[in-house]
Design a binder for this molecule. Sequence first.
Ligand SMILES: [Zn+2]
Length: 329
Amino acid sequence: MTREFGGRLIPITDAIDLHCHPYPDLFPRLADDIDIVIAARNAGMRALMLKCHHESTVSRAYLLRRMVPGIEVYGGIVLNSYVGSINPAAVEAALRLGGREVWMPTVDAGYHAQIHGGTGGYDAQKGGRSGQEGIWILDREDKLRPDVLAVLELVAQHNAILGTCHLSPKEIVALVRKAIELGVQKIVITHPFFKVPNLDLDTLAELVRLGAMPEFGYCTISPAWQYASPDKIVQAVKRVGASRCLLVSDTGQRHNPLPSEALRVFAQTLFEKGLSEEEVRQMIVINPAELLEPDGKADTAEITHTWAAAVGHPVPAAFDGQVSQPSRA
Ligand SMILES: [Zn+2]
């Protein structure tokens, strides 16, 4: 039995974090893939989705699943300039290699550049290539560009998750409407109250009505950035319903806790600010599992056996260095 030290502690057992930022990344990070995945596994979490502004995380996730038993790790691709912007070929490769989410541009979005004074970084943090015009997904007639449509078709075909990221509110509404028309079933409104996109509550409610799910991140309310208060998030969840919302850490920055601890603090805070334990658990356990559809925990030894048996090779020792032995200094 868990000790509660005089009050309810919200567990993160079986929780899934659909948005965290380990190193490698061009921004400074608190910890790398392995440290973040092991900490989450040791906290009892079920799965993590790795996000990087500068490269696909799909192959990183594949290797982590092989190396760290007891937790599922997934990746995806952010369509910034580093992967050729809105690039259907990069999306196709990411999804065929097992990627689960395709994110619209973040730090290279035109809207991001407008609000943060340039691409590549934040007003508070520099990282990538700066000074470009930024990527807009609408043409001069406010229609979605053909490459965006091709990306949406791929997302629909693979039943992957579409993340709206740092697009403008107007672009997000147009994207969500078109995505649904093209058969995309899983749409996440990335950190709605972050500085970008900073949606108003009516627009957010309308996007939820269309079928999208807002993903509220600890990073948005973090001490260093404070783009929204926990009360604002509680209010939004009450308005649109916990059955339609997700909580994520969106951490990896050095001024924030590790993703697993950030998610716990966030869940506990929203509980103390007025959401029920059931609502909070729905947003960290049930809803993300419905979107992610995790495959079940990978058995690394069994995979190693499969190829060795197929070629008649002696079975190599499964990778079980420090990685599979939980040890925290
Ligand atoms: Zn993020």
